[in-house]
Design a protein. Structure first.
Lengths: 257, 412
């Protein structure tokens, strides 16, 4: 149950403590280690992740998207209903219960990818419908939500179009629609405007922020476009890299406003 | 939140597989045409094999004598022996038969024409020689061969006399028995001067010739003891037909193993069955090679498709679809492509069969329905091809299952 924003702080949706992910970087021929000491998100948060190439942005996104297998987990809690009641994901992650995590991912998380992330053989509306279906949600509320978000984003006329017939900006908006169709608690966006011109980037980022705010989803955007993130009120965290002899170590650090 | 769904959503995967194929319809169409191109000649070859073999076997089956097994010399065969042989499922028709000499009679037509020494052939219901003709019953009905009919100027319904002779000491005795011609057996069924009679009549004549009385016909002779055990009686020969021509060689071998010298047309049958087996092997070899080529070709295409669709596959994984579910994706596409090709090839085979038959009729000694494609065989072929399509997607499915959803995220 959501708390009244006038009577209390917004409920927490994500809490990470002392999480470490290690992997071998075959290109650099050395180990890579990502350390997240502390990460908290509440309903409606906007978090921008920045960092240079090779700083572990994808690794972090995979971790947050329940796609990675951390070596160490102090705490990894998620609120499936967005009401502050946290689900301890430590055990299923440690036990590598991919099916359980996939089910949680489909219902709690939404993804917007750099190239949109739409199935080319389905129309925009069918892409959104599929997300609802795979999340195991009831179709009528899901489709009603889809139509409402599409109308707000001004793409309700595109629901019957295939992705290949859309412009880059339209495709990204359609991807946002697909990602939000399931009513996710957290929206993860991976360079959602990297392939767009500045004007379209501004439009798309505005649409993402507005829709996330409307649905109450916390927003995590990985991007190189720091100014764009700042312009849309994102709190920024930077992945800082330290290179030792045989290991690259990345830590997530706050960026002063 | 409801619990995670771990059961494969086959319907969703099938729908997505179909939509992908529909989206890339030019490639899909090419693949379906490729399946048709591989399968249609195979079906036509099967039709020809089936038709040629079936025609050969039908030709053999049209002659009931093909299943006949004849005893070369008279033997002494007990009733128990007949009873045991009758239980053999390979036996189609079996009757005891009199000694060769005892079976010869004289037939005199109502106009007084004698047919010298026609031989009696015992008959009964189910006699393969009398297919479609009435069976003589009792002591007064006979069926004559066409040669007898011509010689005696006899037709069905005519009356005649059987004249039977016997030698008792120095005395030559004869008797006459009135009979009626029930039917005439066509020449192509039997070309000899023979008459078919109820086995009871043949048995009565044999007994009289052996000196016994036949009270039911009023023939005098030695009275048989009423307590005589019927099972103790022996017979000189038999009329034996196998249940099917495929049973003839085995039945012949069984009788030879008992020391009985028999004649059959097993060589003709074995030659035909050898043709059937030979063509079957040729067809099987061609089928296996085609199937291997088909599965490899479609499998490689589906595997290559996985490389092209990594983005879509990882997206589906991000959306919560399991690796096991997605592993079905290529196999279902294989089933759809091969199934469509299989059905289309089957329909085309049905469509081209009549012109093929017309074209081949009269060529190289072929005649009749040279190509035969039974609908159940076509349905089975389409089903097998669809399943082979599913098999062809297994390697691609394994590759799909190995794609981690994290690959959907960019590499930094």
């Amino acid at each position: 149950m959501d708390r009244d924003p006038d009577t209390g702080p917004p409920p927490a949706v994500l809490r990470l403590r002392d999480v470490v992910v290690s992997r071998h970087d075959p290109v650099a021929g050395r180990a890579f280690r990502l350390e997240v000491d502390r990460l908290d998100l509440v309903r409606g948060d906007r978090l921008g992740i920045v960092g240079q190439s090779g700083s572990g942005k994808t690794t972090l996104l995979a971790l947050l998207g329940l796609l990675g297998w951390p070596d160490r987990i102090g705490a990894f809690d998620l609120s499936p209903d967005g009401d502050g009641r946290m689900l301890d994901l430590g055990p299923p992650i440690r036990d590598r219960q991919a099916g359980v995590l996939a089910a949680i991912r489909s219902r709690v998380l939404g993804f917007v990818l750099q190239e949109g992330g739409l199935l080319p053989w389905l129309t925009v509306g069918e892409n959104a419908r599929l997300a609802v279906e795979l999340a195991g949600q009831r179709m009528v509320p899901g489709l009603t939500r889809t139509r409402a978000i599409a109308a707000e984003m001004g793409i309700d006329g595109l629901l019957h179009r295939y992705p290949a017939t859309l412009s880059g900006g339209q495709r990204q908006r359609a991807a946002v629609l697909r990602a939000l169709a399931t009513g996710p608690r957290i929206l993860l966006a991976d360079e959602p405007t990297a392939a767009l011109d500045p004007e379209t980037s501004e439009d798309v980022m505005g649409a993402i922020v507005r829709q996330a705010a409307d649905t109450g989803a916390a927003l995590i955007v990985v991007s190189h476009q720091v100014a764009l993130l700042q312009a849309h009120g994102f709190a920024l965290r930077r992945l800082v890299v330290e290179r030792a002899a045989h290991e690259t170590r990345a830590t997530l650090q706050a960026v002063a406003a | 939140m409801r619990g995670p769904r771990l059961r494969p959503r086959l319907g969703v995967v099938a729908r997505l597989a179909w939509r992908d194929l529909r989206h890339g319809w030019p490639v899909t169409l090419c693949l379906v045409v490729a399946v048709i191109a591989a399968l249609l000649p195979l079906l036509l070859l099967y039709g020809l094999r089936n038709g040629i073999v079936t025609n050969l076997i039908d030709d053999l089956r049209s002659d009931p004598r093909i299943t006949e097994i004849q005893l070369v010399r008279d033997e002494q065969l007990s009733q128990d022996w007949f009873d045991a042989l009758a239980q053999d499922p390979r036996v189609g028709f079996l009757l005891p038969r009199a000694r060769y000499l005892a079976a010869s009679v004289r037939l005199r037509s109502a106009e007084g024409r004698d047919i010298l020494e026609p031989r009696m052939i015992p008959s009964a219901a189910g006699d393969p020689l009398l297919a479609g003709l009435p069976v003589p019953q009792g002591l007064t009905q006979i069926v004559i061969t066409e040669r007898v009919a011509i010689e005696g100027v006899l037709a069905p319904g005519d009356s005649a006399e059987l004249i039977v002779l016997r030698q008792v000491g120095d005395e030559r005795q004869s008797l006459r028995s009135a009979v009626q011609v029930l039917a005439v057996l066509p020449r192509d069924m039997l070309q000899t001067d023979d008459i078919l009679v109820d086995s009871a009549l043949e048995s009565a004549i044999e007994r009289w010739r052996e000196g016994f009385a036949v009270p039911e016909l009023g023939w005098e002779g030695v009275r048989e003891d009423g307590a005589t055990d019927a099972s103790a009686r022996s017979y000189a020969s038999f009329r034996l037909y196998a249940a099917d021509l495929r049973a003839v060689p085995g039945l012949r071998d069984s009788l030879l193993a008992q020391g009985l010298d028999v004649e059959t047309r097993a060589e003709d049958i074995e030659a035909t069955l050898a043709i059937e087996a030979g063509l079957g092997w040729v067809f099987a070899a061609v089928s296996v090679l085609t199937a291997v080529g088909f599965v490899l070709t479609l499998g490689l295409h589906l595997a290559a498709g996985v490389i092209e669709k990594v983005g879509e596959i990882t997206l589906l994984r991000l959306l919560g679809m399991g690796s096991g579910e997605l592993a079905l994706f290529p196999s279902l596409q294989g089933v759809m492509i091969a199934g469509a090709g299989g059905v289309a090839a089957a329909l085309l085979a049905v469509a081209v069969q009549p012109p093929v038959n017309r074209w081949l009729d009269g060529l190289g000694g072929l005649e009749g329905q040279v190509s035969r494609l039974p609908l159940p065989d076509l349905a089975l072929a389409a089903l097998v091809v669809a399943l082979a399509g599913g098999v062809s997607g297994i390697v691609a499915g394994a590759r799909v299952a190995g794609i981690e959803p994290v690959r959907g995220l960019r590499n930094d």
